[in-house]
Design a protein around this ligand. Structure first.
Ligand SMILES: NC(=O)C1=CN([C@@H]2O[C@H](COP(=O)(O)OP(=O)(O)OC[C@H]3O[C@@H](n4cnc5c(N)ncnc54)[C@H](OP(=O)(O)O)[C@@H]3O)[C@@H](O)[C@H]2O)C=CC1
Ligand SMILES: O=C(O)CCC(=O)C(=O)O
Ligand SMILES: [Mg+2]
Length: 741
């Protein structure tokens, strides 16, 4: 029998823990089918180890699985189940390095401010694992994200209870800049032929500094430049903090420091500098000596203060306290531990944080552990305005009702590092006053931006083939779903104007008869979608890469309480399939709870749902009928799983991730037993189903007994495999049944 391979990614935090329990079940259940499931390590720790082998013992080394997967994504028969992984901020990266060093891995320290060429090289090598370094490599296709029909039906029948009412007199709002932002400065053009350009800075003295030597552009490619004016950015922060103080609102900041790993930590740092300005100026000399980097958040200041003599530290801490007294109140990420919104850049990831702000009635947590109205600052207007539209809608019409609200699915332009999310290697801080420009090999200036020292310049690329594919995907989704599909494109944005031209052209290549496909600016598109949502109607949003990210957390979190249950398919442009699990992240809070009390609340529904199209894809490519049977029976099992309410609970002592995997195994075995296409298989799984059902009480008791105590898995970023496996598979009875398959 020829076999087909599914690659299952080994990741970090909660989904990595869940994998220890789920994967053995998956491997056992597919063992008869010719489908093999193989692990590849794309965890943060794994990527660090793979990239710094030189001083490691041979047994510590590991291959560059991510590099291999990047190549595989270009092959037609590739099939990957991609779980969410850490996109590391610098504090997370340093945490992982420290942990590996403590475990005896000779890995170099991350050089904060490289002092020589060797350190510069090191920083460049670490850039490969910093921020969103996995997804852009694998995403060789556009994205199709939606709530599976069964999940949405279940969500309406059993509405989540996380939605909170909006106060009558809600004063919350989204604040954004009126000028000087990326939106205001954007310039864009479409290349009529292939060419190579460089990015250079020209100072007022006419001196040229090359920022990027070479950037190839293809014919039909859209290229943009934009600048964030830092003086205007800091005035914006100061004005919003003053407004928050005056109106008694909390202040919060929402950025995407992971995907936008160069620009957003800098903007975050400016916000920290404005808020703590008094302390930072008064103690500038001492803090500089300590090597503080505001881009890493207030936590960096706090940790480094520990190095000071007691008296000096006390003086600074007194001034920090005064800062909190004199300034506006900050929204908290963890009020119990005094962790504010400005603590570390990875705590305020906009796609996850804004939906929760809206779900909580337009409020965030204050230091008093109560919810308060808040100014949510999202500096750049490009996408901030859509959130303000939702805020206004809720202030007028009240909170959404998950029992009746419609759904917004998404078709996202993502392939080949499209748009802002591929811009980090073309993002620069202006070295002085002057201009930054894109110049062709022939010396023609294609795009030019005026800059002041410290401004953030960025250039984005959007290739033509992905746009064509995106339009095609939108048309086919609109046809399958039978709902309106809206392209969210803003005629007032230079980049979007180029895309509008392309979209109109490529739409005409398709049969769109009977389809309702429109182009609207993002605010109008949001308005249109919200109106439909409130009437219980569904809409497809067809968006660029950033809105793909924002909307696929926003709507699911409002509709079903979480984005973990989303179907997230990436049809790879060369024919393979990348099946992402859910639309959210790796849930660090879940690990914290697991370590504290042995209860893991990670819901693997995203993984279950992703496996169905993954098996279908195998069937489509190879004709393996058993893969089709796996898809069919798993789909039935998921239906029953939802119906019976076997998702993990949030509370210790109740069903957790491990118990939820037991029930999936039971229902899947029942479906495999009930099918009539393959008699031998039916018999085999009838026994499995019987064993699992007969032992239900014993298994649940064994799993329950493992809860209620602290857990030691030998690490956070790089836990001990044997310890974690033991912790995640504590039922000998269940293990024996799975083992016997
Ligand atoms: N695709 C990817 O690879 C992505 C990776 N990330 C990475 O994930 C990390 C955390 O990001 P963050 O923005 O905090 O967002 P997360 O999505 O990890 O967490 C936000 C909250 O969503 C809920 N949640 C998410 N997934 C699940 C699930 N499967 N089951 C149950 N609840 C779930 C949890 O709510 P509650 O606590 O209330 O239970 C969780 O605390 C970061 O390091 C980030 O880089 C982020 C987004 C996507
Ligand atoms: O890659 C990342 O850092 C995050 C990805 C993400 O949030 C998404 O695709 O929704
Ligand atoms: Mg996201």
């Amino acid at each position: 029998m020829t076999t087909q391979k599914i690659i299952y990614t080994e990741v970090d935090e909660a989904p990595a823990l869940a994998t220890h329990s789920l994967l053995p079940i998956l491997q056992a259940y597919t063992s008869w089918s010719g489908v093999t499931i193989e692990k590849k390590d794309i965890s943060l720790a794994g990527r660090i180890i793979a990239n710094f082998p030189e001083k490691l013992n041979p047994e510590q080394r590991q291959p560059d699985d991510l590099g291999e997967l990047g190549q595989l994504c270009l092959q037609p028969d590739t099939n990957i189940i991609k779980l969410p992984n850490i996109s590391a901020s610098i504090p997370q990266l340093k945490g992982a390095i420290r942990e590996l060093q403590e475990q005896g891995y000779d890995i170099p320290d991350y050089p904060d401010e490289p002092l020589n060429d060797t350190e510069k090289k090191l920083q460049e090598r670490y850039a490969k694992v910093l921020g969103s370094a996995v997804n852009p490599v694998l995403r060789e296709g556009n994205s199709d994200r939606r709530a599976p029909a069964a999940v949405k039906r279940f969500g309406q029948k059993n509405p989540h209870r996380l939605m909170k009412p909006w106060p009558q007199d809600s004063k919350s709002r989204v604040a954004y800049m009126n000028d000087g932002d990326f939106y205001g400065s954007e310039k864009s053009m479409t290349m009529d032929q292939h060419c190579r350009v460089r990015i250079e800075f020209v100072g007022e003295d006419g001196k040229i500094q090359i920022l990027k030597k070479e950037m190839p552009l293809l014919a039909g490619e859209v290229v943009d430049t934009a600048v964030m004016n830092v003086a205007k950015l800091t005035s914006f922060f100061a004005a919003q903090m003053a407004a928050a103080k005056k109106e008694g609102l909390l202040f919060s900041l929402h950025l995407k420091a992971t995907m936008m790993k160069i620009s957003d930590p800098i903007m975050f740092g400016h916000c920290v500098s404005v808020y703590y300005e008094d302390v930072l100026t008064r103690h500038a000399a001492v803090l500089k000596k300590l090597g503080i980097n505001v881009n890493n958040g207030f936590a960096d200041i706090e940790v480094r203060l520990e190095k000071l003599p007691e008296a000096q530290k006390d003086a600074i801490e007194t001034d920090i306290k005064a800062c909190y007294g004199n300034n506006c109140r900050l929204a908290m990420v963890d009020s119990r531990h005094g962790i504010t919104n400005l603590h570390v850049p990875n705590n305020i990831i906009i796609d996850a944080s804004m939906p929760v702000f809206i779900r909580d009635g337009g409020r965030m947590w204050g230091a008093d552990d109560e919810l308060h109205d808040t100014i949510a600052a999202i500096p750049d207007r490009s996408y901030a305005t859509i959130y303000q539209k939702v805020v206004e809608d809720c202030q007028t019409n009240g909170a959404f009702d998950p029992a009746t609200m419609g759904s917004v699915a998404n078709v996202g332009l993502m392939a080949q590092k499209a748009e802002e999310y591929g811009s980090h290697d073309k993002t620069f801080v202006a070295p002085g006053q002057g201009s930054i420009r894109l110049v062709s090999e022939e010396g023609v200036i294609l795009l030019e931006q005026t800059v002041e020292e410290g401004d953030i310049f960025r250039s984005c690329q959007t290739k033509d083939a992905p746009v064509k594919d995106w339009v095609k995907l939108a048309v086919s989704r609109a046809r399958e779903a039978g709902t309106p599909a809206i392209f969210w494109l803003d005629e007032n944005r230079a980049h979007d104007r180029e895309l509008i031209t392309k979209v109109k052209r490529y739409l005409s290549d398709h049969d769109t008869k009977g389809l309702d496909i429109r182009i609207m600016n993002p605010v109008a598109a949001m308005d249109f979608s919200l109106e439909r949502i409130r009437r219980g109607e569904d809409t497809i949003s067809v968006t660029g890469n950033v809105l793909r990210d924002y909307l696929t957390d926003l709507f699911p979190i409002l509709e079903i309480g979480t984005s973990a249950k989303m179907l997230s398919i990436v049809p790879l442009m060369n024919g393979g399939g990348l099946f992402e699990t859910g639309a959210g992240g790796s849930a660090p809070k879940h690990v914290e709870q697991f370590l504290r009390e042995g209860h893991l609340r990670w819901d693997s529904l995203g993984e279950f749902c992703a496996l169905v199209p993954s098996f279908e894809h195998i069937h489509k490519i190879s004709g393996n009928d058993k893969a089709r049977l796996l898809a069919l029976t798993l789909d039935q099992a998921i239906g029953k799983f939802l119906e019976k309410g076997k998702s993990p609970s949030r509370k210790v002592g109740e069903l957790d991730t491990r118990g939820s995997h037991y029930y999936l195994a039971l229902y899947w075995a029942e479906s495999l037993a009930a099918q009539t296409e393959d008699e031998a298989l039916g018999k085999r799984f009838a026994k499995v189903a019987k064993d699992l059902l007969d032992k239900e009480e014993t298994i649940i008791n064994e799993l329950q007994d493992a809860q209620g105590k602290t857990m030691d898995i030998g690490g956070y970023f790089h836990p001990d495999k044997a310890k974690t496996a033991a912790a995640m598979r504590p039922s000998p009875t269940l293990n024996a049944i799975i083992h016997a398959i």
